[in-house]
Design a protein around this ligand. Structure first.
Ligand SMILES: [Zn+2]
Length: 311
């Protein structure tokens, strides 16, 4: 095996790049801007140029590089092709084929949330676990499922898309995906705000949230930690939806560790407690003791997981 590999995480505004040694040590990380003009046609050439420049700068032989792993915000099939990635303005893109041609290195590609889950399973909160479910609670809800140390990609590249699991068959508002009742509508930052507004309208309780012109998920989570009654009632509902969903997913894949990441996870243990309470109540007996933990790699999970894909 070579000494080095690259892990790349393509985001909507920046591309995070990591040079790793093959034992999983992050040697150096840096960022380049994501140039989305001309349907994002420059993104992969920019990434390849960054990789090639780093190899030259450090005097590394390409024979000593295992490959380049790349995470992208969109569905990626098992061949490393992306049918469409709206955040990058991409239509069909053969990510692996293009990267291999531009770098002369072996390449692998995966969905960014799936890749982040692999990163946490390799060097993060679930290090040492080969069966992991990770949920990323950000503007939306991302997910990644790791079985036997490998990402579940699925036939359409939609494996682990648990933010769009239908958890409320009676929801009347629409999700960004067009369906109604997705987990994302309850457990994302946007979903938490939506739930808090509903709770405010339905409840007669005093709340610090009532005086705010513009409620943010952070404001709800801060109020939750201060035992604000409306925020507590909101988070109980969020915890029940999320804990209940994880209880179902656990019956499908029986993970060793469940990881909660993304901006919302900064709420820490109080958030975990309210998810775990419902998870334990609803899941199958064998899965009740499965630990639910906060992600530890933060924004670096993507580069770790991307690097892991080529090893
Ligand atoms: Zn949806």
């Amino acid at each position: 095996m070579g000494t080095y590999c690259f892990g790349i995480d393509v985001g909507g505004t920046t591309v995070k790049c990591g040079l790793f040694s093959t034992d999983g040590t992050l040697v150096e990380k840096w960022e380049i801007p994501t140039r989305k003009e001309n349907n994002g046609d420059q993104i992969l050439p920019d990434v390849a140029a960054a990789v090639n420049a780093k190899i030259e700068e450090r005097g590394i032989s390409k024979d000593d590089v295992e490959g380049v792993g790349i995470g992208v915000p969109g569905p990626v099939n098992s061949k490393g092709e992306v049918p469409r990635a709206v955040n990058l303005y991409w239509g069909y893109k053969d990510v692996v084929g293009e990267m291999e041609k531009l770098t002369g290195l072996r390449a692998k590609a995966g969905n960014d949330a799936n890749v982040a889950a692999l990163g946490e399973a390799w060097k993060g909160a679930a290090a040492g676990s080969s069966d992991v479910i990770m949920v990323t609670l950000g503007t939306g809800v991302g997910g990644g499922i790791i079985i036997d140390g490998k990402i579940v990609t699925g036939h359409h590249g939609a494996g682990g898309e648990i933010g769009h699991a239908n958890v409320d068959h009676h929801e009347t508002e629409s999700c960004n995906c067009g369906n109604k009742g997705c987990l994302e509508q309850f457990a994302s930052a946007t979903g938490i705000v939506r739930m808090a507004k509903k709770e405010l309208a339905a409840s007669g309780e005093n709340s610090v949230l009532r005086d705010m012109d513009d409620i943010s998920a952070k404001a709800v989570l801060d109020a939750f930690k201060e035992n604000d009654p409306v925020a507590v009632a909101t988070m109980e509902k969020v915890g029940e939806q999320l804990g209940g969903s994880l209880a179902i997913f656990s019956c499908v894949t029986d993970p060793e560790t469940i990881v909660i990441g993304g901006g919302v996870s900064k709420a820490g243990q109080p958030l975990i407690d309210c998810i775990q309470k419902y998870y334990k109540e609803y899941t199958f007996s064998s899965c009740k003791e499965t630990p639910i933990v906060i992600a530890t790699l933060g924004n670096d999970a993507g580069i770790y997981g991307a690097a892991r894909m080529v090893l």
